[in-house]
Every structure is written in C-alpha cells, then in structure tokens.
Design a protein around this ligand. Structure first.
Ligand SMILES: Cc1cc2nc3c(=O)[nH]c(=O)nc-3n(C[C@H](O)[C@H](O)[C@H](O)COP(=O)(O)OP(=O)(O)OC[C@H]3O[C@@H](n4cnc5c(N)ncnc54)[C@H](O)[C@@H]3O)c2cc1C
Length: 460
C-alpha cells in the first residue's frame, strides 16, 4: 500500500515538474497526501537534515504545521568546501539563501535555540522566547571546537599557514595558500584529523592528497615532505578502503603516523605539538594526562577541530550518557528508527545524532525518509515501520580526476553505539577499492545538483 502511494506521489511530482504544474494542480496533489494526522512539528536546524526532513513531511502530511528554527540566511553545501580548497568550485557556488530552500508551507523562525526542555515539550530561543511543540526534529549539526586546540583561533585561520577546510572562509584561504605552495622551497606539509566523531572523516585525507597532487602537477613536489598524523590506528574504515588508501599514501610518499593527537599550535613559530597516545586510548576520549609529546615543525598545517553536539544539546537531557561517546553530547537516537531512546516524540539524525555510522550528507539522504515516515507513524499512534540501515558514504578525492568511493552500512554490533562497517557499493559489480574517474565526474558535476534538486526537495 505504502509503495503504491509513494510511486504515485513521485509520478505526480514528476508530472508537475515536466508540465509546469499545468496538469496536476496543487489541490489534486493534496488529495493524494498520505496522512491527515495533525500536530505541531518543530525542526531545530535548517541544514541538510532539517530542510530534507521538512520536504518529506510536507509531502506526507495533508495539513502540515511545521516550523524550522534556523538562525542563518544562507545555506552551505558543505561537501563543496573540499572542492573550494582544491580550486575546483568557486566559493559562491555552494551558497544559497535559505528562503529559496525551505519548502513552501513551512514557517521559518529565524532564531537560535538556546535551551531544550523535553520534559515540557518546549524550547527557549534567543529572541522569540519559549516555543512549544508536539513533536521535535532535532538536527542542528556539529559544533566545531577549534578552541580545544591551544593556540588556534578559528577567526585567524590562515595565519602561520595553518588551515582548516571545515568552514567556508577556511576553505577559501586554503586555496589561496595552495596556489602559493609551488613557490615554497623544502616545505614540510603536515595534515591531521581529530579524536572526536567528526563530519566527513574523509575531508582531511582528501585535502592532503589534493595538495600533494597540486604540487606534482606544478613540478614542485620533489623538495617537499608530506605527513599525515592520525588519531586512530587506521586511516580509513572499512578495511578494504583503508588498505587502498594506505597504498596510495605510500605510492605518493606521504608518511602516516598513527595515534597522534594535536594539542597545540604555535602559529608564529610554525610548530605543532602532538600527544603520543598509548595503544589502548580510545578515540573520542579527552585526555589531559602527561603523555609523551613531540614537536613537529611545519610550513603548511591542515587541522580538523574537535567536534561535539552544540552546547544547548550537550546541556540537555537528550544526550548519550554511557560509553566513549558520552563526552560530546551526541543525541541518544535509536540507530534504526532514529527516534530518541527516551523521548518518543523526538526524532534526531544527521550530524548531531550519536548514530554508530559516519556523519555525512550521504547518510542523511537515507536517514531523512526513514525519520519522516516514522514521525508520521508516531503522530498516528502507530509503531514506527521504517528502519535505517546505517548507510553512509564518502567520496575520497585521491587526485584531480579520481575518487575512491567509500560506501557502507551497519555490520556487526560491537558494543552499545558501535557497529562494524559493512561495505555496500551502490554499483555492486565494480571493485569498491579502486579510485575511478566516474566518481570524480559524479563528485564534480553530479552530487551538488542532486543535493539541491533531489535530496533537499525530498525526491531521493
Ligand atoms: C569539509 C567537509 C566536507 C564534507 N564532504 C562531504 C562529502 O563529500 N559527502 C557527504 O555526504 N558529506 C560531506 N560532508 C558532511 C555534510 O556536509 C554534513 O554531514 C551535513 O551537512 C550534516 O547535515 P546536518 O543537517 O546534520 O548539519 P548542518 O548541515 O551543519 O546543519 C545544521 C544547521 O543547524 C543550525 N543550527 C545550529 N545551531 C542551532 C541553534 N542553536 N538553533 C537553531 N539552528 C541551529 C545551523 O545553522 C545549520 O544550518 C562534508 C562536510 C565538511 C565540513
């Protein structure tokens, strides 16, 4: 039954697209909407997850009462940051006004949430005071904690040639630096990641390989050394992709150092200090113990900020309270239904959720329709029917023109909030551990339009 309605909905949308809405009017379209259930839905965060969720809900509810709380005017297509840093995308081509993306029929409250009160079904905003809800969709993404690296001020990225592509400004400055790299003599290029869960864990590896490739293309690689300092014991999971990536790093003469955590940076002296982590130290555990430290001089340093849920989530009763993820305030969502484990009228996914998968837009593409269907079931007083399979993906740019496509779903449950990753290629007959030009074409030309025209409109 559900399948039939779904394809009819798709057919109607496509008809509306193709014929400019001449044949299928909105009234006819409304008639086919799936549920007549009512209730006030508040979505916190109008990023990739928030807008996609709103689009699916508008589609499913005949009388939607949906408010998105989002403070920013401009939406960023964040996967484009890497491409800006590499000089492939122009900085402005990944920005769009939220007013053009938030679906029709959804109220936009341009404000910032300061406090969550899930026991009272309400939240506090910075300027509009208290907002009540019947159902809460909590999707405010990650908070970037650059301040946890001593000596780093996120507003002064670029100074001392210290870069980070995790912000729009940062990615622009990185490209400006990249263009000057060929002129540098005997440069020491240092790249690192972070110890917390992070969005797009592939991004620091991509910028490392793109920078290396840029120098080779400009006949300026010979006198430079490249090294990557990883917090963990692997460069990438699943193993099949990690093994190939290590081979690529070896082929390209990029040294890999495992179990190194960046603790401070002296931008004026261009020196980074790393803590050497004992083998048993878990990622995601803050350390202030007196582990041995080493000083690494650099001419170019790329850093990743430690990440957490935003403070207002971290300070709420909604977070994971056990295991290694308890430090960073990730939301305690069920890994399959995406419904909060203790508050059944709250659904949370995307970067803020403590799901045992990787934080990517690709994951949100699969999570949002599950979350929307389950929310409607909850509103109708039914059991949630849809289940998320843990799908996430990361197109790792290995050089200009090639991408290693990493795709996986949940494998075995290892412990609470932790699963192994099972390789799940979209095209099963292609060797997933091989970097390919077709994935580069997809990354460069396909994924951005698919994001704006497909995912954010709830069409894929
Ligand atoms: C450098 C980089 C490269 C990436 N590459 C890829 C890639 O190749 N493929 C891929 O799939 N993904 C990639 N990603 C990851 C992807 O962009 C994220 O996973 C995705 O944007 C997360 O969506 P989200 O909605 O959870 O969070 P976001 O998109 O970050 O949105 C969160 C929203 O919540 C709002 N918000 C925050 N605090 C509040 C508050 N207090 N009140 C109200 N609203 C608030 C924010 O303003 C924001 O609009 C990359 C990310 C980066 C940074």
């Amino acid at each position: 039954m559900e399948k039939k309605l779904y394809s009819r909905r798709k057919f109607l949308k496509m008809s509306a697209f193709g014929l400019g809405g001449l044949i299928v009017t909105e009234r006819t379209y409304d008639f086919f909407k799936e549920s007549t259930v009512e209730g006030k839905i508040v979505i916190v965060g109008g990023g990739a997850a928030g807008i996609t969720m709103a689009a699916y809900l508008v589609d499913k509810l005949r009388n939607p009462d949906i408010t998105i709380i989002e403070p920013n005017e401009i939406h960023h297509y964040q996967p484009g940051y890497t491409m800006i840093a590499g000089g492939v995308f122009k900085p402005d081509e990944i920005l769009k006004p939220n007013k053009d993306l938030i679906p029709r029929g959804v109220t936009w409250l341009k404000d910032k949430v300061m406090e969550l009160n899930p026991d009272n079904n309400s939240l506090e905003t910075e300027n509009s005071g208290k907002v009540n809800y019947d159902y809460l969709v909590l999707v405010p993404g990650c908070q970037l904690n650059y301040n946890l690296i001593e000596g780093i001020d996120p507003n002064r990225l670029g100074e001392g040639n210290v870069h980070s592509i995790y912000t729009h400004e940062g990615s622009k400055k990185c490209y400006e630096a990249l263009k000057k790299m060929p002129d540098l003599k005997n440069g020491n290029f240092v790249f690192t990641d972070t110890y917390t869960k992070l969005k797009c864990g592939g991004a620091p590896k991509k910028i490392c390989l793109m920078a290396e490739n840029y120098l080779r293309d400009h006949d300026a690689r010979e006198d430079k050394s490249f090294s990557y300092y990883a917090n963990g014991t692997k460069l990438q999971t699943p193993k099949i992709h990690g093994d190939r990536l290590v081979e690529i790093y070896n082929e390209r003469n990029v040294e890999i150092h495992y179990k190194h955590r960046l603790v401070s940076v002296d931008t004026s002296q261009q020196k980074a200090v790393f803590e050497l982590l004992p083998e048993e130290t878990q990622a995601a555990t803050p350390t202030d113990a007196n582990y041995e430290k080493i000083e690494v001089p650099f001419d170019f340093l790329h850093i990743v900020p430690p990440m957490s849920a935003p403070d207002f989530v971290k300070n709420s009763p909604l977070t994971i309270t056990e295991g290694s993820l308890r430090h960073d305030g990730w939301v305690d969502s069920n890994e399959f239904t995406l419904i909060h484990n203790r508050y059944p009228n709250i659904i949370s996914f995307g970067d803020v959720a403590g799901l045992p998968t990787s934080k990517t837009g690709a994951a949100i593409r699969i999570q949002a329709p599950v979350a929307a269907a389950n929310l409607v079931s909850l509103m109708e007083g039914k059991e949630p029917k849809k289940s998320y399979n843990g799908y996430s993906a990361c197109p790792i740019v290995t050089e200009y023109g090639k991408v290693l496509m990493v795709e996986f779903v949940y494998g075995e449950k290892v412990k609470p909030y932790s699963y192994t990753k099972k390789v799940k290629p979209t095209i099963p007959f292609l060797d997933p551990a091989m970097e390919r030009s077709m994935w580069w074409i997809l990354k460069k030309h396909g994924l951005k339009p698919m994001y704006y025209q497909g995912m954010l409109k709830g069409l894929m």
